[in-house]
Design a protein around this ligand. Structure first.
Ligand code: 1GP
Length: 254
């Protein structure tokens, strides 16, 4: 089954998903990656996202290979640019940075990537990517040369997401940026949620269980956690327990 179909089915019934972000640049040793992979597989992580704004190492293929060898969890590319394509991945978030006005990230990089993706079996998931201001300039805002949506401009965010879905984008990803000081507020997530009927991914600065639950309650279908797990991998146990309970209660109707 395609990953996009899975996310759409879960969105329809109100089930939630967890994705763990692995930035190949931050994988210091194979041992720490193995520990995270084992933890993810024991704790019902749904997907791995692999990528980063800036990858200075040549680790991408190796990291994907290691994940595929160790666990049976789909790997989704979360590319910072068109060079971050690897045939070992299952799918790619084909990101159009709709919160910005940088043509290269709205369509330019996509033109370069399209023929490469056509010759691969990677599932392409058209995704509207929206950066939301999180207090300070994040790597992704700097590298993309775009201004994130101000965190109190709720209708601006809602109209951006709505326009993205009207353009045919199938997923919306709201991101405060990796390691953000401030996660995206419930009010911002909730406003976007009401505006669109597409799976909503939320990430950036989710470093406690309370923040993860708040994002899900506000309307996120999938949360992405990266930075916090580099410091405290055990956080995943607590968050995935809550997501499991949530999904169970959807199933039993309680
Ligand atoms: C960043 O949304 C992801 O693009 C995850 O953010 O690393 O802060 O969890 P964190």
């Amino acid at each position: 089954m395609k990953i996009l179909d899975i996310l759409q089915d879960r969105h329809r019934v109100g089930k939630k998903s967890i994705a763990v972000l692995i930035d190949p640049d931050k994988v210091e040793d194979p041992g720490s990656l193995t520990r995270l992979l084992n933890l993810a597989s024991e704790n019902c992580v749904d997907f791995f996202l692999v990528g980063g704004s800036l990858i200075t190492t040549t680790n991408l293929s190796e990291v994907i290979r290691q994940i595929k060898e160790a666990v049976n969890i789909p790997v989704v590319l979360f590319p910072g640019n068109s060079m971050q394509i690897d045939p070992g991945a299952d799918a790619i978030l084909f990101l159009s940075l709709i919160s910005g006005r940088n043509p290269d990230l709205l369509i330019g990089q996509h033109v370069i990537a399209a023929p490469i993706l056509k010759n691969n079996r990677i599932e392409v998931m058209p995704t509207g990517y929206m950066l939301v201001n999180s207090g300070r300039i994040t790597s992704v805002a700097y590298i993309s040369n775009t201004t994130p949506i101000p965190d109190d401009k709720y209708s601006l965010a809602a109209c951006t997401a709505l326009a993205g879905t009207m353009l045919g984008l199938q997923l919306i990803y709201m991101d405060a940026g990796s390691g953000a000081e401030k996660e995206i507020s419930s009010k911002m997530i909730g406003t976007v949620r009401k505006a669109i009927d597409a799976p909503l991914i939320v990430g950036g600065g989710i470093n406690t269980t309370a923040k993860a639950i708040a994002a899900l309650q506000a309307g996120a279908d999938m949360i992405v956690i990266g930075n916090a797990l580099e410091k405290n991998p055990d956080l995943l146990i607590e968050i995935s327990d809550k997501v499991y309970d949530w999904n169970q209660s959807v199933e039993t109707g309680k």
